[in-house]
Design a binder for this molecule. Structure first.
Ligand code: ZN
Length: 166
């Protein structure tokens, strides 16, 4: 009986800490996982930051993004994918759990150090998940991306996206 309860508790606790899955087709899988983990773990801090700095991200969107960080999925797609071929870094479909990252992003970020790489993936995944939460025009995804950038900068000394090759 004790063993059963212990197993139950173990499986419950692993669910509590489960985060969005990052598919192994992403070469930067570990950096993406760490980016998601850091945003999720300090989500209350991020929520307060974006509010205090005038980003005005709607509560429903903040809740949806939290859900994606926990239950969503990151997939990395070939540059020949119809939605990557335009030169995009990523894409997402409204209603989907997926943040899709185009493979060229790995090259764009190849010169970035760990903090810059993770911050950039935090920005990109949150941008794409904003689309997935139903925001099709670029304005809100860009707003969220900028909020993540500013917040990441406030918590990681020396963060910069200047390393990216565009
Ligand atoms: Zn977009």
């Amino acid at each position: 009986m004790k063993a059963i309860i212990l197993l139950l508790l173990l499986s419950m606790s692993s669910n509590l800490f489960a985060l969005a899955s990052v598919e192994s087709d992403c070469a930067d899988q570990n950096h993406i996982k760490e980016a998601i983990k850091q945003v999720f773990k300090k989500y209350g801090d991020f929520a307060g930051y974006q509010k205090n700095h005038g980003y005005k991200i709607p509560k429903t969107l903040m809740d949806c993004l939290k859900g994606k960080l926990k239950n969503g999925r990151v997939k990395c797609r070939a540059n020949t994918n119809p939605r990557c071929i335009t030169g995009a870094l990523g894409f997402a479909t409204a209603g989907s759990k997926n943040a899709n990252i185009c493979k060229r992003t790995e090259d764009v970020l190849s010169d970035c150090d760990q903090i810059d790489k993770r911050g950039s993936y935090a920005m990109l995944t949150m941008h794409e998940w904003t689309h997935a939460c139903g925001y099709i025009p670029e304005s809100q995804p860009e707003n969220v991306e900028e909020a993540v950038m500013d917040w990441w900068n406030s918590t990681h000394t020396g963060f910069s996206t200047n390393c990216a090759q565009r």
